[in-house]
Design a protein around this ligand. Structure first.
Ligand code: AHR
Length: 657
């Protein structure tokens, strides 16, 4: 101000002061802890959509490994004398291939597998190739197994190559290890005969040796690790619409997904054809990632398992003809499936289904506490089917909590019809779904403030902000999810579970976006929505704390000054955690006051994690995975309050002690 006249300086000061926004006083009552926050509060929704299972989390690299796709060689390219036969060793997957001498020494017999959008392999890593084989005429047979560089001009250029000898006329499992010399995102697997002896091959498989926790029928490590890193409280599986199917035989049938993988029958995946502009004729469910693997994963990532079962209705969007659904009087086997599933998860090893679990490698129960019946069904046909399930489950397993559904919409006729029905049937939780635009997320912060506290609890089972005209991942959508989630947290007495959806998407094979984690054959990326979920989960605390903004209760209705907030205490660490989303375009001065502290007590430490983006329309990508990540920002604590400024379009978690 050195060169300014006194008048100009005064004017500048006044202008500066009027630009300075008013301080927002957030007052937390630290000595009045309210509802406990359920351990299940923030979790994961898994569905095999976007190649999330086969071609994704399930680490199998061979597509159509059992030759059971309706076109038996889809995904395979054969050369020489290859025939498909159907009297193989696995009753429910009877097809296999016969490789016979072509009649010419210079003409090979064999076949290539293209994998899922290619086969991703890392140089120096080990890959376990396994196959069931026999030499039908007896004696010895030999094959060569190679990983081929698809991009190489010389297709004979193998990056790994080994021989395998078969010595039995009976079916036996053989395996070898391949160690590629080069990293390839899109290799293919080549198998060809090494001499004149005919060989039969079935269940041709290739897995990285280094899977999540080293399991042989295992999961892709980076993807499972991303799940574990959320510290999810609940893991919902296997969907979603695939629970329902378009016809009854296509529904997810958990009993087909357990036992030896070789004998788990193939199922159609309805995401193969749901969107004609993204049609994937090779999208099936191998069930290699089945209910045993889902339970095991839930246990290993510290989540409560939440299986959802078909209630006798197929997907009403796809096929709402009455004859497509199971009549109420014929539901017995479906209800038995639910009871048997509980026995599979929790029964002792001397029960039929508990024994199967034990035989598969897990003698201890999985301690299942929740089961969902029906996905997003609607109309009177849903409650009339749900009712007999509830009766039977309550009679046999009174401690199991049952999740019902309020249909596909976040409000409206079906929603208004189904909630009272769920109350009448005494469902423990109601699964609500909302894929909605920005406006909805901004307006719904107070959604749960006035819910009936006496009825079922809420499971926000599928939700995501779908930007208007921007149905892809970007920071702004994640910010609005964060803002909306303050309302879930403030209402933790009634909201017991929340899971963003969908979870995974392959960059080359998606049907639906946005999604939480994207991947290609070698890499994966955590999106902005992932980080929001992670921040909530890591800092969920143990109890809700009352919170006011400028002496008014924080309601979240349209935000106050564009601000959305919630507060919790973590009684294990004695930390007070305040989450604030500034959805406005201006910096917001904040005063965070901890009311109720002892008179002479002062705050001793404080941290803040901030999440913002230089551009609200961008997100992380597999090529640029760390463009937008939460960062720790310094804050000063003194006395019983913190004075700070929250930047525009920023989500912050303040952790005070
Ligand atoms: O998450 C994608 C789909 O959205 C789910 O399968 C279904 O439940 C919902 O309609």
């Amino acid at each position: 101000m050195k060169n300014m006249t006194g008048w100009a300086a005064a004017l500048a000061l006044t202008a500066g002061m009027s630009l300075q926004a008013q301080t927002n006083e957030l007052t937390v009552q630290v000595k009045k802890p309210g509802a406990p926050i359920q351990s299940t509060m923030y979790g994961l929704f898994f569905e095999d959509i976007n190649y999330a299972a086969d071609g994704g989390l399930y680490a199998e690299l061979v597509k159509n490994r059992s030759f059971e796709f309706p076109q038996h060689l889809l995904g395979w390219q054969s050369f020489g004398k290859v025939t498909v036969l159907d009297d193989g060793p696995f009753e429910r997957n009877p097809h296999y291939v016969r490789l016979a001498y072509s009649g010419h020494d210079h003409k090979q017999t064999g076949l290539d597998n293209e994998g899922f959008f290619g086969i991703g392999v890392q140089a120096g890593e080990e890959y376990r190739f396994s196959v069931w084989a026999r030499v039908p005429q007896g004696g010895k047979g030999r094959i060569r197994v190679e990983l081929i560089d698809l991009a190489s001009a010389d297709e004979r250029q193998a990056v790994a190559s080994e021989s395998l000898e078969f010595e039995s006329a009976e079916w036996k499992k053989y395996q070898l290890i391949l160690k590629p010399s080069k990293t390839l995102e899109r290799a293919k697997l080549r198998i060809f005969l090494r001499d004149k002896q005919t060989v039969d091959l079935e269940h041709v498989s290739l897995f990285p040796v280094d899977t999540w926790n080293g399991h042989e029928n295992g999961l892709r490590k980076d993807l499972a690790q991303a799940l574990a890193d959320i510290k999810p409280g609940v893991f919902r599986f296997p969907g979603g619409c695939i629970v329902e199917g378009t016809e009854q035989p296509d529904r997810y049938n958990w009993k087909n997904s357990v036992g030896p993988v070789e004998n788990r029958p193939l199922n159609l995946n309805r995401w193969q054809y749901t969107f004609t502009h993204r049609f994937y004729p090779d999208y099936y469910q191998s069930y290699g990632l089945g209910f045993y693997e889902y339970f095991l994963l839930s246990e290993e990532i510290g989540s409560e398992p939440l299986p959802i079962l078909n209630c006798g209705l197929v997907c009403q969007y796809q096929n709402n003809k009455m004859e497509a659904h199971v009549p109420v009087c014929d539901l017995d086997s479906y209800i038995q499936d639910a009871l048997d599933l509980i026995e599979f998860a929790n029964g002792s090893a001397d029960t039929e289904w508990g024994k199967l679990r034990a035989d598969m490698g897990h003698p201890a129960p999985f301690n299942l506490k929740f089961i969902g019946i029906g996905n997003e069904q609607w109309g009177p046909e849903y409650p009339e089917r749900l009712e007999p399930f509830i009766k039977a489950i309550r009679a046999a397993y009174p401690d199991i909590q049952i999740v019902g559904s309020s249909g596909p919409n976040s409000e409206g006729e079906q929603f208004d019809y189904l909630w009272p029905e769920m109350r009448r049937l005494k469902a423990d939780l109601v699964d609500e779904h909302f894929y909605r635009p920005e406006k909805w997320f901004l307006a719904q912060g107070a959604r749960y403030d006035n819910y009936d506290r006496k009825g079922p609890k809420v499971f926000a089972g599928e939700y995501a902000c779908h930007g208007k005209g921007k149905k892809w991942n970007h920071f702004h959508a994640a910010l609005l999810e964060a803002a909306f989630m303050t309302g879930l947290e403030r209402n933790a007495d009634i909201v017991h579970m929340a899971t963003y959806a969908p979870l995974f998407a392959h960059v080359d094979g998606w049907q639906w976006r946005p999604d939480m984690i994207w991947f290609d054959n070698l890499r994966s990326v955590r999106t902005c929505s992932y980080y929001v979920q992670q921040l909530y989960s890591h800092y969920k605390g143990t109890h809700v704390l009352p919170l006011t903004m400028d002496k008014q209760p924080v309601t979240g209705a349209e935000g106050q000054n564009g601000l959305f907030a919630s507060a919790v205490v973590d009684k294990n660490t004695n930390e007070i955690i305040i989450k604030v989303a500034n959805t406005s375009d201006r910096p917001q001065p904040l005063k965070l006051t901890l009311a109720g502290m002892k008179k002479n007590a002062t705050l001793t430490s404080g941290r803040c994690i901030k999440f913002s983006s230089p551009d609200p329309d961008i997100d992380n990508t597999v090529d640029q995975p760390n463009r937008v990540v939460p960062r720790e920002a310094p804050i000063e604590v003194s006395g019983q309050a913190v004075e700070t400024t929250l930047e525009p379009q920023t989500f912050a978690v303040y952790i005070l002690k």
